[in-house]
Ligand binder design. Structure first.
Ligand SMILES: N[C@@H](CCC(=O)N[C@@H](CS)C(=O)NCC(=O)O)C(=O)O
Length: 221
């Protein structure tokens, strides 16, 4: 197959790229990476020494593309499909990329900090870092609550790169630091995301791996 996506189905940044592929409709081969397994880890590091998933390998064009947002940009540029994930209008395009950054930097990053802390030995825990991550999540929830008002998707009526970033980020962050009753717009946006077929499929495919999550938050559904 031309396009190989190196991933783990439970990893949130991988889910961001997978959602884009399902939206786009481009066929791809899912190559599972198990960083805990020596051979799989070595093969992945040989492909991308930074060791972060997802990574797209395009055999036809001879390209290796890391970083979920760039994978989606590349898909849009070279294999455009059913859903246009980055708007043609240049101003809408930078606004979409800004929202993508919001979800990566201010939702995914603090979410990963909280999860990462739980994976460390007790002696290496960082309560201050976790408190700062939770505070950052509450701040971004407030920003999103205003920004998403009146919109179906992050950028309005069209599903985009920003929604691909939002879905896994909010799925995990909302379990760790619930949105609460004071964020009804964000809560409904997240519900719409979870019902979107590309997202629902991605969440379902990750379900068998929920035991990997360090905490009780994913056990209830
Ligand atoms: N900036 C990267 C971040 C990717 C990332 O953090 N991936 C996680 C999985 S969600 C990973 O590979 N973690 C493995 C590790 O840190 O060892 C992107 O946008 O793709």
């Amino acid at each position: 197959m031309t396009l190989k996506l190196h991933l783990h189905p439970f990893a949130s940044y991988c889910q961001k790229a997978i959602i884009a592929f399902y939206e786009n409709g481009a066929p791809f081969e899912a190559c599972f990476v198990d960083l805990g397994e020596e051979a799989s880890r070595a093969a992945f590091l040989a492909l991308w020494p930074m060791g972060k998933m997802p990574v797209l390998e395009d055999d036809v064009r001879g390209e290796v593309i890391p970083e979920a947002s760039i994978v989606i940009e590349y898909l849009e540029l070279h294999y455009p499909g059913a859903t246009r994930l980055i708007p043609a209008d240049p101003d809408m395009a930078w606004r979409t990329r800004l929202m993508d950054r919001m979800f990566d930097l201010y939702v995914q990053s603090p979410m990963q900090a909280i999860v990462g802390d739980r994976l460390r030995p007790d002696s290496e825990r960082d309560p201050a870092g976790v408190a700062a991550a939770r505070a950052q999540l509450r701040t971004v929830y407030g920003v999103l609550e205003k920004d998403l008002a009146g919109k179906t998707w992050a950028m309005g009526e069209a599903f985009s790169l920003a929604d691909c970033a939002a879905a896994p980020a909010l799925f995990y962050a909302g379990r760790l630091e619930p949105f609460g009753g004071d964020h009804p717009v964000l809560t409904r946006y997240c519900e719409r995301l979870m019902q979107r077929p590309s997202v629902a499929r991605t969440v379902d495919e990750a379900r068998p791996y929920r035991a990997l999550f360090p905490g009780p938050e994913l056990t209830e559904d």
